[in-house]
Design a protein around this ligand. Structure first.
Ligand SMILES: C[S@@+](CC[C@H](N)C(=O)[O-])C[C@H]1O[C@@H](n2cnc3c(N)ncnc32)[C@H](O)[C@@H]1O
Length: 196
């Protein structure tokens, strides 16, 4: 991690630790685990809460082009860093709970959403808005990848049921500070539509 990333992370953490929701940016092992099923065929890909861009770099290493990435970030320091680091990506300075087809513009649906959002620090209402918005812009077989430091899925079963979604544990990553788990969240059936 470069000096720019370290200062950006520290400034963001000091101004809003709950929104950052981590004591440090994710490590390489977690970045590889959460992006492990994604390839160029998944394009376009949306990343929620990219922070310093650890997962973004892993997506590029997996064959995605910057222009196939939409980075949705709330923290202004992180937004400036992302615009500097990934000049050809679409960087949206906005709340991930406001994601919709309109915000993405060209109408091409995403193959994957990669989320670094601290879902456990958010209200259930906000989590519903985030998932409903994400599945509105995902292809029918699109996947929402989420990591968590908690021992269970950060989206509760009743909430998944309400949205017609299912979650499965994909990986446990011990070599991260703190250790983390990655979940894949998909539609439960091909015809069920997600709404808030
Ligand atoms: C746990 S950090 C993860 C950063 C990076 N993905 C990583 O793993 O190192 C959470 C990120 O989500 C962003 N964030 C939190 N709430 C958000 C929201 N409602 N909309 C968009 N970004 C948000 C924070 O600013 C921060 O960049």
């Amino acid at each position: 991690m470069g000096t720019r990333e370290i200062f950006s992370f520290l400034r963001s953490w000091l101004s809003d630790p709950a929104a950052v929701g981590a004591i440090a940016p994710s490590g390489q092992a977690l970045a590889q685990a959460i992006t492990g099923e994604i390839s160029a065929a998944s394009a376009p890909v949306i990343e929620l809460g990219p922070g310093t861009g650890v997962f973004t770099r892993a997506l590029l290493a997996r064959g995605l082009c910057e222009r196939d990435l939409t980075l949705v970030e709330y923290g202004s320091d992180f937004v400036r860093l992302l615009q500097y680091s990934f000049p050809s990506a679409q960087v949206l300075w906005m709340d991930a709970g406001r994601l919709s087809r309109e915000t993405l513009g060209d109408g091409v649906k995403a193959g994957a959403v990669v989320s670094g959002l601290p879902l456990l620090n958010l209200s259930p209402r906000k989590v519903v808005a985030i998932l409903a918005g994400a599945f509105a812009v995902l292809r029918p077989n699109g996947v929402f990848y989420q990591f968590t430091y908690a021992p269970v899925c950060p989206v509760s079963r009743p909430l998944l049921d309400r949205l017609g979604l299912k979650a499965s544990l994909m990986a446990r990553v011990i070599r991260n500070v703190p250790p983390a788990s990655v979940y894949r969240i998909t539609r439960r059936g091909p015809l069920r539509l997600v709404s808030g």
